[in-house]
Write a protein of this length. Structure first.
Length: 95
């Protein structure tokens, strides 16, 4: 699967991670709607993968990995109150 403008960064601390997050937020397309003055016009997916590696005195190396996905779907405010619950649940199926 090809994703236009997809980028991956290696960060070493929280300030690096926030810098990358803010950079992505500033590059998003936004526009005004009746319900929201700065509505997102593009989906955003921010995935943070934390890896902790430990080597014992016996030379055995182990790693623990955690993954956090932050997802913002564009245009969800266009749903009416009648169909929002059903269509909103199907929007994320493509992710």
């Amino acid at each position: 699967v090809y994703v236009d403008r997809l980028r991956e960064y290696t960060v070493w601390d929280d300030s690096d991670a926030f810098r990358v997050l803010w950079q992505g937020l500033h590059e998003r397309h936004v526009g005004a709607t009746q319900m929201n003055g700065r509505s997102s016009r593009s989906h955003a997916v921010f995935t943070l993968v934390l890896t902790a590696t430990c080597t014992t005195s016996g030379g055995v190396t182990s790693s623990r990995v955690a993954r956090l996905n932050l997802i913002d779907l564009a245009g969800s405010e266009r749903q009416s109150s009648n169909d929002g619950a059903l269509s909103g649940s199907a929007v994320g199926d493509g992710l």
